[in-house]
Design a protein around this ligand. Sequence first.
Ligand code: PRP
Length: 183
Amino acid sequence: MIRPNSIEKILLDEQTIARRVDELAAQISADYADADHLMLVGVLKGSFIFMADLARRLRVAHHVDFIALSSYNRGTVSTGAVRLIMDTRASLTDRHVLVIEDIVDTGYTLKYLLQTFSARNPASLRACALLSKPERREVDVKVDYVGFEIPDVWVVGYGLDYNDRFRTLPYIGALKREVYTKQ
Ligand code: PRP
């Protein structure tokens, strides 16, 4: 397995991720068994691998759509301001909407999304995140399905990046601290 020099250690290996994605898919399939019009909305770019794996394991009919956001950061620090740069193609009205995130960190992005989407009158609105960093939360936001709670380290791989690098590593690794503190 390729392990670039910048990776301190592997936090979640491929098998561990796959098992948990299986469990999440089973739980979501059970919860939405009677729901018409399930719509998965992936938040680009980070969610693209998780969303692809999760969607293919669901046993309920669903559609997929995507949005892209831009958060205003100062260096590696979030300012809390979020802007929608690409909206979903489909309407969310009367759909059972499940937002798919790779990670919930401060919570600003998901809070913004849930507020924005709830104004569109979906039939229901929930959120699923592969990763959550509870220590970093700055706003209160409900994440209905969480894959793993992780400590406050910079994680990359399985969709997650550092300056757009490392997204396609098959595992989730912790970046060496000196890599993200030297800028
Ligand atoms: C990441 C992640 C979430 C958001 C979470 O996106 O994918 O959308 O940050 O952070 P928050 O809880 O502090 O708001 P990022 O801006 O890195 O973009 P990317 O998904 O394109 O990598």
